[in-house]
Design a protein around this ligand. Structure first.
Ligand code: SF4
Length: 229
């Protein structure tokens, strides 16, 4: 496992908890709007695993949980060991995932070593290939949506509202596909640094439009929030 960087404290990345963030290198998708291109290429250095665990222990008094993000955490076969270590310290574990690998997520839930999963729902199933930047088996992500909807742990679905990918019609389609979910976050797109440089030329939607999308989304999921504005 390559832990590329650590952010000591965050007020916003784990709902209702103070957390620290671990960024893992590498990803199995290539979303053109990805805002962590350096991370997904898996280049540059890595932090020492033992040092990271010690640092988390040192922060134990100030935080409630650890967010494991990326890149894509589930591509690392030793993710369960990291989650176990964090749980042993007495902290909650949140995983941010693209949901392409169902089995690792199933395993973490079954072992009781993850408390919260944030799943990217990047587009409707019909448009996922465009959003994910490569040929994918779209059914896999549909299966992860169903896994989380029926799982006992806390979860959220989240959609980055990228112009050219997400619009009102697309929100309606996604809404129908995730209907009945607990929570859906609509996130503002940031164009500062993206995997495909063409996406840096795309202007984010005005805030008012995000609220229009929220109104559409409310038909399908009770708890809708807008993030990043
Ligand atoms: S946005 Fe896409 S490419 Fe970037 S880390 Fe997430 S899943 Fe991977």
């Amino acid at each position: 496992m390559k832990i590329r960087k650590m952010q000591g404290i965050s007020l916003i990345d784990y709902p209702n908890k103070l957390s620290c963030l671990l960024f893992l290198s590498g990803c199995n998708l290539a979303c053109p709007f990805c805002q962590n291109p350096d991370l997904i290429k898996g280049e540059e250095g890595e932090l020492d695993f033992t040092g990271v665990i010690e640092e988390i222990e040192n922060r134990r008094r100030f935080i409630d949980g650890v967010v494991i993000t990326g890149g894509e955490p589930t591509i690392h076969s030793d993710l369960p060991s990291l989650c176990k270590k964090i749980k042993e310290i007495g902290l909650a574990v949140k995983i941010d995932t693209n949901g392409y690998l169902l089995e690792p997520l199933k395993g973490l839930i079954a072992e009781g070593i993850v408390d919260y999963i944030a799943l990217d729902v990047k587009a409707s199933l019909a448009n996922l290939k465009k959003a994910c930047g490569k040929e994918i088996e779209t059914g896999r992500i549909g299966n992860t949506v169903e896994l989380l909807k029926s799982s006992p742990i806390e979860y959220e679905f989240r959609t980055t509202c990228v112009p050219t990918i997400i619009d009102e019609e697309e929100i309606e389609k996604i809404g129908k596909e995730i209907q009945g979910a607990k929570r859906w976050f609509l996130q503002q797109f940031r164009s500062k640094k993206t995997l495909d440089p063409d996406f840096m030329k795309i202007m984010p939607y005005p805030i008012e439009y995000l609220f229009e999308l929220k109104e559409r989304a409310k038909k399908y999921v009770k708890e809708i929030e807008i993030r990043g504005i």
